[in-house]
Each structure stands twice: as structure tokens, then as C-alpha cells.
Ligand binder design. Sequence first.
Ligand code: PLP
Length: 376
Amino acid sequence: MRQIPTGKPSIGHEDVLAVQQALLSGWLTTGPKVQEFEQAFARYVGSRYAIAVSSGTAALELALACLDITAGEIITTPFTFVATANAILYNDLKPVFVDIDPETLNINPKKIEAAITKDTKAILYVDYAGQPCDIDSIRQIAERNNLFLVEDAAHALGARYGSTRVGAIADLTTFSFHPLKNMTTGEGGMITTNQEKLYRKLLLLRNHGLDKEDKKFGGAWSYNMKLLGRNYRLSDLQCALGLTQLQKIEQLNQKRAAVVNRYREAFSSIPEISVLTVQEKAAPAWHLFVILLRGVGRNALFEELGHRGVKANVHYIPIYHFDYYQTLGFCPTDFPNTEKAFKNILTLPLYADISGEEVAHVIGAVKESIKKLAKK
Ligand SMILES: *Cc1c(COP(=O)(O)O)cnc(C)c1O
């Protein structure tokens, strides 16, 4: 049976043409499309600077690296993709997980303060499913304790908090352009910041730590290596695609929002299903549509949906459960809300190009399956 996938990129003719033109331009990488994409991106989110990198994971790694933290703890959520916490480990820092809010599934600010120690250096928060966190509360905690704020907005391109768009709020914000995110460059990522010093350092870190302005060795050919940087550049081909995708991000997000509204309305009368609460100041850019189940087994529903041609998914397995993180000594009972969400959560298909009939099919499949399972 043909399956309706959980997510899918939206690639149009204009995207194909843009990549083709970039290919024929002679600039495959480090050409004009990189800056063009960065400038358009910064303009869109309202940040002073944007730095394109090779993935959302690279963006996270460099965002932490540019802060000059030599040792210490970074507070984050366990209910995210592994890349969020891995980026902390790449920087030889210690991830400290804080439990989530049961209604938004975002990190719970009320529990952050208790996790702060003399070694805490930053809060790395994730806008789960596309909804900005309770940023006012998080910022107050950061200011009281002199901590950096880093926002993993891999889900939240286009979201707003109050009147400000995500990307112009934290010290550093990271985005991902993986094919399943709200816009794509195949692989790719972006870091935004308003601070020139961080921007300058990120430019070096992205390109082997090389400073071409430094003429230490004499001639115009001279350059110097200042930092142990990486090659995390994004190619011109990818930036060309990023530009055409960014041009339609509002439309793509609107299409997702319309699907979310249909799902919410259809499921509002089903007592076994609840959906995420939207916080007062948050205007989400929905990336995932997740349901929380009551009185119906998640795995059973996953199977039933599969039989009806609907591919669901689980976002996420809490990071501390993975073998690698288990060796670092985390205890699941410290995270009761994360555990409860993990047990009862299911992600349903959501992407810009899903058809009206497909949405109707998903809704019908969920209703039928719940009816069957609730009887048991
Ligand atoms: C996708 C994702 C990332 C990683 O992005 P990549 O571009 O795949 O490296 C990081 N954090 C979150 C929350 C994500 O969903």
C-alpha cells in the first residue's frame, strides 16, 4: 500500500532552475550565492548577521564554539533530536537536561533555575514542533545568572515570539535545511546573531580558522590560521536552492498551518487525543503535528495507521535513553513529563504539499483506528 509519509520536501520548478543556473555559473562553492542567501535570510528573520553552514548540526556546534566556553555545563531539553546535545559534547561541555512542560513539550523554565550550578554557562533551548519556548522566562533566568542564550530553531523558521521573529532573539540561533524541515537546501544550516564579534569568529570557524585579511607572511597571497576551525561551508548550489526556498517560506508555512488547523478541528472531539497548547506570545511555524494519546496504546495506533497507509513517527526518543548517553549517567525518573510524553506521543504527516484528500485520509485513518483500539 502507498504510504503517506510523515514529512516531505517541497521542490518546485523555480528551485530546479536556480540550481541549474548556479551549476552553469562556474561558482560551485564560495561564490556570490552564499552571501546573497545569508543576507536574504538575515533580512527575513530580522537579525544583523547570518552565517550559512553545512548542516543544522554544524550550526549548533559552531554556535557553542564561538562563545569561548572552555569548560562547563549547558542546560538543554532531552526531548529533541540527538544533534542538540551532541553539539554540546563536540565542544567538550557537559549537557544538563531539564524536564519539559507537559502542554507545549518545550523546556520548562520553572525547572531551569534548580539545574543551574556555578559551572552553568548557557541555556540551549529548542522550539519544539515549531513553537517558540517561553523565552521571556528563559531570558530572565539567563540575565540573573549571566548565561548565554542559544536557540535551536531547526523546527521554527518563520515563527514569532511577540512581534520578534525567531532568529533575532537569542545571542545565537541555529536553523536546519534538512529535506524534512520547513525549507531545504538538501543538507544545510544557518546561524544568526546580532553580535559582530560572534559573527567574525563564526566566519573563521566555518572555514578552517583561516583569516585571509591577515598578511603575516608578506604578499597579497598571505593568510593566517587563527583558530582550529572546520570546513563547514555551504555550497553555492545549496545557497541557490536556499534562496528560492526562502522566497516561499511564508507560503510553505501557511500551507502547513492550514493542515494543522484541519487536524486540530477534526481531533477536538476525540477524548483519546490531545494536541499541543499554544502559548500566549508564541506564533508557531508548525514543523511537526504531534498528538498525545490517552487510553490508547501509541504502538498499537502506529501499527493501525501503517495498515491504513499512514506513516506516523515518534519525535523524540528522549536523549538520555540512548546507550551512548546512558554511559554518561542520566536517570529517566528525573524527567517525568518527558517520560510521559515519550510514551504517548505520535507525529502525523505534515508537509506543505500534502493534498486535501491525503489530509482527509489521515483524519479518517486516525478516527477509525482509535475507535477500534478504544473498544479493546
Ligand atoms: C534536524 C534537527 C537538527 C539537526 O539538523 P541537521 O541539519 O540535520 O544537522 C538539530 N536540532 C533539531 C531540533 C532538529 O530537528
